[in-house]
Structures are given as structure tokens and as C-alpha cells.
Design a protein around this ligand. Structure first.
Ligand code: ATP
Ligand code: MG
Length: 751
């Protein structure tokens, strides 16, 4: 038995790993203190020392990415074969697996060949169910989209509430009422939601379908009513326990029922999923349900340098309701986190790109591109940064999502503009014709495309012919559907030809096809998508019209005029923004991620842009403290270097707005000016040594490091003059002790 991995643990970590399996355990600790490490080591120890079969251990993580990470760590300890037998995954994945296995054998109300129904499907069902209520809602001037209803049903399911529990009435102790938006006629809405919920359930069952929430609910049903389905389980371990909701907690309780051996790890300071019904109270609930539960606290952080930890702790400590905790670092202080104001978002983006280059050079081989992450409050912020990185030739990837110009809502809008510019463009046509959904079927689309090919026309011309009555025997209903497509396009084309700006075209397009409404109906996450749409307008206002100057050269024919439309410059710029990045996925890339998706992960260099009022806390968020914890989660991903940036002006939806530093950070710097630094200096030999130690990497060769830094400075000198101009036009950060010092600062967008 090889348990040499125990040697890499500190005393409380070892205690946690060797804690008697039969005594329930909560490991509570701050970021980077080795919770996930302890969890994997404990699994290994249960198998190697206590001889518990791997297949009787259940390890639950929060995301598939975290499950993969845990699998990799465990493989290093006990090998691939045994790791493969451990039942590891998210709550949803585990439930789906067990339901598949058991639904044919026991009576659960769902057949063994059930289908998992995704949110899109659910919304289609709910939309139909809402139809009979539409007149009533309209008469009362109430809005209720299928997205909202699904999210209310989902919240209810997460709490284990039935349709009846959603009915209005005084809340009872046993059945707390769900949170509903404070709308006029909230009672009416509650009645309707409750009724739709009830019918929605009936339809799912009739179709032998389970939605995502059902996976958990039916999991609980299976495990509670048929304890033999979980009799195999001798130990349950849950990572990121602070973010579990009521249903997930119940699942854990039932899976653990036979042997009552449970280990959970978590950090209340990192609870960031309240908006998805996570219940921080689950920690105390567990102590009541498992009376003998013991707690172990880990107080040493192995991830970050001292100065990153101090700055991060100062941010979260501003939450006065928080229970103070001890967390000290095993590493030296290292470089002080940078806090920096930039005049606008384009400068911020260019700063990020150049700073990454400078660090990779200045590290002298210590860092690669893959060591950097840019963490965003929401993904629309990625556009300017992706483009700045691309300009500097830095490859990037978006963690758990799409790059800006690959996002569905961006492609939808571009599709319209593309076919205005080029009516022959089939992919754009096929996308736009049924977005928003106009009920135009695949068959109709195929016929249009075939006719276009046969007659050598653009598909758009074929639609025009149908609409104008040039093609006989077209049903009036089909014509009506096409009308909803062709009329907005005609309006837009007229506007484009009269030289309307791309930003105005997009705004008009949004109006004409009611795009915001469409998003609201389509997606409970519509707000994020809407931010992307606003960012596309920003982008449109930034693109210079390359043909504009040559415009006044006398008579021009139709074709020529079309070419000179500012629209074309815009489309070309958006295409170029996404090209040339598909090559070679093996090369190291800078990661761009939302703060949420970065949970549990770590990077040597972390850059958090847009730490501004209105963004941190996000203006739509209801829970300020959760927003503060989110910034804390972001900062504590950093191992060696941390950057907090903000722009004093930011363009939102095409308009420039004044911005200030987030109150989460300004409150910190008001109290203590030494936690952040607004000046940059080249990495020193000492910095490189400290960072190498923190990252567990060899100390880079000093001569080589200086050579690379000198070369970087030489090749980027052209930025120096431009930087001088920015420096005078940017107010010094209000909190800074001294105005900016120009040395080693030459970061402006390249021309
Ligand atoms: P988070 O709250 O962000 O999920 P965590 O508490 O789960 O963090 P881990 O990811 O397990 O922390 O560990 C953070 C880093 O510290 C990892 O790189 C891990 O390998 C390292 N680490 C943890 N404990 C030790 C130790 N005793 N000795 C050396 N390195 C350690
Ligand atoms: Mg962890």
C-alpha cells in the first residue's frame, strides 16, 4: 500500500484525511487551503488504508470540469483503474445514471427509457401551456414569459415545492412561499404559474421525460423509497458544499443513509450561487441531521503569495456580517497586486494584452500564455479583450463558453446584416429566416434554397418573389410567415443604402424583430445574452468606416454605392475579429472566463478587468454580499500575480458613461493604501525567485530573463509616446498616493 502522498499534507490536512470514516466530517476553509486536495487524498486513503472498495465511494462535485479535475488528481494517487470505479460526477450526472439503472426495476413514475428534456424543450411546453392565459394576462397588463415560468418552477423544484406550494396564501412554517417578483397582480401570476407547473408535470410524465430539476427530485424519490438502490454506498464526499441547494443536500442525505459516512468541504465565503437557490444553511442542517459531525478548519493557504491573500481577504472582510476566519499563507509576500485605472475599455483591453506580453517576457521562461486568465463579471466584457489579444497575436480560449463572435445572439444579428450586404449568403439567410421563430419549416426553407439554385437567384430574391405574388399557389399562411421576415429586411436595406450607421441598423433590427422579447422567451439567462447584444452595438460604434473618405468621387452606380456602405466595413471587422484562431489547439492560450466558471481553479496570473461601479456589484444583482464574494473568488484564483483594472469611461450600448472603481475595492484602499499598487515595474530577480517558488517551478536564468525583457522593451517602444498622451488625459486614480509614474508604462492600443 503506497500512502506516501500523506507526506505532502500539513497537520490539519492529514487529520482530515485520516479522520475516522464513520464520523461525519465538515472541512471548512478558505480558498487555496487544500480542500479539494484533502478530499481526493481522503478518497485515496479510504481505498488504500481502510480497504473500502472504490465502487462504494461516491464523490460529488459542482461542475463537469471540477469532476474531471478531481479524476485527474485521484488518478495520480491510486491509478486509472481504481479511479474509474469511484462514482464521481455532478449530482445531476449521478442521478441520471442511477435512474437509468433503476427505473425499469422499481415503480418511480418514469420508464427506464426516459428522455432528459433540456431547457429549450421545457420552454416550448410551457409556452403552449401559457397560451390559454395570454388574454387574461394582456387584459391585466401583466407579462409572463415561458422563461420566467420555467425559472420559477425550477426554483420551486430546487426547494422540493409542489405546484400547490406556489399558490398564494399565508406561508406556513413547513412550506415557505417561493420568492416571486414584486409585480402588480402577483397573486394572479402565482395562480397561473402554479397551474402551468401542474400541467407541465403531467406532460413530462406522459412523455416519459425528466427535466434537469426532475433528475434531482426523482433521484431523491429513488433513494428515499428504495434504500437498496444506495445500499452500495459506504462513503459520500461533496466538494464546494457551500453551493449545494436543498434538493442536492437531500440527495446527499439519502445516499449516505445506509452507512452515514459523509465528508463535505466548503467555504461559506465563496458561496456564489444563491441566485440558483444554493442554501448556505445546509452546513448547519448537516450538523443536525448527522449529530456526530465534527469540523476541521484549514488555515494555511498554499495557492497564493502573501500580498494576493492580504488584498483578497481585505475585500471579503468588508462584509461585516461575515464570520472572521484565519487564513495565512505559506508563501512570501511577492509582488503587490496591481490596481489600475485606464481611460476607456479599449485602453484597458490593450493594457491587458501588452501586460501579458510583458510578463511572459519578463518572467524569462517562468510563464507561458496558458498561465494567464482574464476573469470577467459577465461574458459580454470579453469582446474588447479578445480583439486586443488577437491584435497582439496572443491566442486565447473562452472557458466553458463561446468566444464573442461565436455566440448565438451575435450570429443571429450578424446574419441579418450579412444578407443585407450579400443576399446570396446562404448560412446567414438560413439562420435569419427563422430567428426569431416564425414557424417557417425546414421543407419551405429547402424549397426556397432549391429554387434559388435552379434559377441562379439569391434565396432572398425567391422570398421576395413569393411575397410579391410572382409565384402561384403559395398558401396565404406561408406568405404571412415570410412577411414577418421580408418586411424588416426591406426596411433595413433601405436604411443601409441611405448610409445609416451599423449601430443604428442593429438598434432598428432589434426593434423590428423584437429581439429582446425573443431572448426573454428563449432563455432564462437572457440578461447575459442581452449584454452581448449591447456590446455588439459598442463594437459597431467603434469600427471606422474605411470607405468613407473615398465617397465623394462623383457619380456612382448602385453596385458601387452598396460597396461603400459603412455596413460592409463593420461586417468585415467582425469577421476579422473571429478569424485565424482555429489553428492548432495544442498551443498555449490565455484563458478568458467568467468569475463563476473559475470556481475551484487556479492560475499563476489573474487579471480582473471592469472592477467598476455597476459591474461589481452587477447592477442587476439583488445580493451585494454575494457579488463581493464573487470578486473574492476571482482574486483568490491567483497564485503569483493579480491585476484589478477599471476604466474611467466605458461604452455601454454605444454610449460612453463615466465609471468609478467598484466600492468593494475603493473601501479597501481607503483603509489601507499599501495593499495595491498602481505603478508597474519590471519583474526583479527576487520577484522571479519568489514566483518560481510559489509555482513550484525552476528559477529562470537571470541573464536570459533580462535579455527577453530588454527585447520586449525595445520592440514595444513605439507605445511609449502614445502612453504619455494617455497619462495626461487620465485622472490619476483618486485613491493613489502619488500620480502615475511613467517608467515602464507604455500601454496604449496599437494603431
Ligand atoms: P478552492 O477553495 O479555491 O477550491 P481549495 O481549498 O480546494 O481551494 P486546492 O485547490 O485543493 O484548494 O489547493 C490549492 C493549491 O494548493 C493546489 O495547487 C494544491 O496542490 C496546493 N496545496 C494544498 N495543500 C498543500 C500542501 N500541504 N502542500 C503543498 N501544496 C498544497
Ligand atoms: Mg477546491
Amino acid at each position: 500500500m503506497n500512502t506516501s502522498f500523506l507526506q505532502s499534507l500539513n497537520v490539519p490536512q492529514l487529520k482530515a484525511v485520516q479522520h475516522p470514516p464513520s464520523t461525519p466530517l465538515q472541512i471548512l476553509a478558505g480558498p487555496g487551503s487544500g480542500k479539494t486536495k484533502v478530499l481526493t487524498s481522503r478518497i485515496a486513503y479510504l481505498i488504500l488504508h481502510h480497504a473500502i472498495p472504490p465502487s462504494s465511494i461516491c464523490a460529488v462535485t459542482f461542475t463537469n470540469k471540477a469532476a474531471n479535475e478531481m479524476r485527474e488528481r485521484l488518478e495520480k494517487l491510486i491509478g486509472k483503474a481504481r479511479t474509474g470505479q469511484v462514482r464521481m460526477g455532478t449530482f445531476h450526472a449521478l442521478c441520471a445514471g442511477f435512474l437509468r439503472k433503476w427505473s425499469g426495476k422499481v415503480l418511480l413514475g418514469v420508464g427506464e427509457n426516459f428522455t432528459v428534456c433540456d431547457a429549450e424543450e421545457s420552454k416550448k411546453i410551457i409556452k403552449k401551456l401559457l397560451e390559454p392565459h395570454n388574454n387574461f394576462l394582456q387584459a391585466k397588463n401583466l407579462t409572463l414569459t415561458e422563461g420566467t415560468v420555467l425559472s420559477l418552477i425550477s426554483k420551486a423544484k430546487a426547494k422540493g415545492q409542489s405546484a400547490d406550494d406556489l399558490l398564494p396564501g399565508p406561508p406556513s412554517a413547513s412550506q415557505p412561499r417561493p420568492h416571486l417578483p414584486p409585480l402588480a397582480g402577483a397573486n394572479d401570476i402565482q395562480f397561473i404559474v402554479s397551474q402551468v407547473y401542474c400541467e407541465y408535470e403531467r406532460i413530462l410524465r406522459r412523455n416519459n421525460c425528466l427535466d434537469f430539476d426532475d433528475l434531482l427530485l426523482f433521484g431523491v424519490k429513488l433513494f428515499s423509497e428504495h434504500p437498496n438502490s444506495v445500499a452500495w454506498c459506504r462513503h459520500v464526499l461533496v466538494d464546494e458544499f457551500q453551493d449545494t441547494n436543498t434538493m442536492q443536500y437531500e440527495l446527499m442525505r439519502y445516499i449516505a443513509a445506509a452507512h452515514r459516512c459523509v465528508t463535505v468541504v466548503g467555504d461559506p465565503d465563496q458561496s456564489i450561487y444563491g441566485w440558483r437557490s444554493a442554501e448556505i444553511e445546509n452546513l448547519s442542517k448537516m450538523r443536525k441531521d448527522f449529530r456526530t459531525t465534527e469540523q476541521i478548519f484549514l488555515e494555511q493557504n498554499y495557492r497564493s503569495t502573501g500580498s494576493i491573500l492580504s488584498a483578497s481577504l481585505a475585500i471579503v472582510a468588508q462584509d461585516r456580517s461575515r464570520i472572521p476566519k484565519t487564513l495565512h499563507t505559506s508563501h512570501p509576500a511577492g509582488p503587490i497586486p496591481v490596481l489600475r485605472a485606464l481611460p476607456e475599455e479599449s485602453y484597458e483591453a490593450a493594457f491587458i494584452a501588452l501586460e501579458i506580453k510583458r510578463l511572459v517576457a519578463g518572467g524569462g521562461g517562468l510563464f507561458g500564455w496558458g498561465d494567464v486568465v482574464v476573469l470577467l463579471r459577465f461574458n459580454a466584457l470579453s469582446r474588447a479583450i479578445e480583439s486586443a489579444l488577437q491584435k497582439e497575436g496572443i491566442l486565447s480560449r473562452v472557458l466553458g463558453g463561446h468566444k464573442f463572435f461565436e455566440r448565438a445572439e451575435i450570429k443571429d444579428l450578424l446574419a441579418y446584416l450579412q444578407i443585407i450586404d450579400n443576399p446570396h449568403f446562404v448560412p446567414g439567410f438560413s439562420r435569419a429566416i427563422n430567428t426569431p421563430n416564425r414557424g417557417i419549416g425546414d421543407k419551405t426553407l429547402k424549397e426556397i434554397l432549391a429554387r434559388a439554385t435552379n434559377l441562379n437567384l439569391s434565396p432572398l430574391s425567391v422570398v421576395e418573389q413569393i411575397y410579391d405574388g410572382q409565384i402561384p399557389d403559395v398558401k396565404p399562411s406561408a406568405k404571412k410567415k415570410l412577411k414577418a421576415f421580408i418586411e424588416p429586411l426591406r426596411t433595413l436595406r433601405r436604411l443601409a443604402e441611405s448610409g445609416a450607421s451599423p449601430a443604428d441598423l442593429i438598434r432598428r433590427l432589434l426593434d423590428l424583430v423584437k429581439y429582446e422579447e425573443y431572448l426573454k422567451h428563449k432563455d432564462s439567462d437572457w440578461a447575459t445574452r442581452w449584454e452581448n447584444v449591447r456590446e455588439l452595438i459598442n463594437f459597431a460604434t467603434e469600427v471606422p468606416n474605411e470607405d468613407a473618405e473615398e465617397d465623394s468621387s462623383g457619380d456612382i452606380d448602385e453596385d458601387e454605392r452598396a460597396k461603400d456602405m459603412p455596413l460592409r466595413s463593420f461586417l468585415q471587422a467582425s469577421m476579422l475579429s473571429s478569424e485565424g484562431d482555429n489553428d492548432d489547439n495544442t498551443k498555449e492560450r490565455v484563458t478568458i472566463s467568467t468569475c463563476h466558471a473559475a470556481k475551484g481553479l487556479e492560475w499563476p496570473i489573474v487579471i480582473v478587468p471592469a472592477v467598476e461601479q455597476g459591474i461589481f456589484p452587477f447592477y442587476r444583482s439583488e445580493d451585494v454580499e454575494e457579488e463581493r464574494r464573487l470578486l473574492y473568488v476571482a482574486c483568490t484564483r491567483a497564485q503569483g500575480l493579480l491585476y484589478i483594472l477599471y476604466a474611467t469611461n466605458r461604452r455601454v450600448g454605444g454610449e460612453t458613461k463615466k465609471r468609478g472603481l467598484s466600492p468593494f475595492v475603493s473601501a479597501v484602499v481607503e483603509e489601507n493604501k499599501t495593499l495595491f499598487n498602481d505603478r508597474l515595474s519590471d519583474l526583479s530577480a527576487e520577484d522571479r525567485t519568489v514566483l518560481a517558488r510559489v509555482l513550484g517551478r525552476p528559477i529562470p536564468d537571470e541573464v536570459e530573463a533580462q535579455r527577453r525583457m530588454a527585447e520586449f522593451n525595445r520592440t514595444n517602444r513605439s507605445h511609449a509616446t502614445q502612453f504619455e498622451a494617455t497619462k495626461t488625459s487620465t485622472p490619476a486614480a483618486p485613491w493613489a498616493s502619488k500620480p502615475w509614474n511613467g517608467s515602464a508604462q507604455f500601454y496604449t492600443p496599437t494603431a
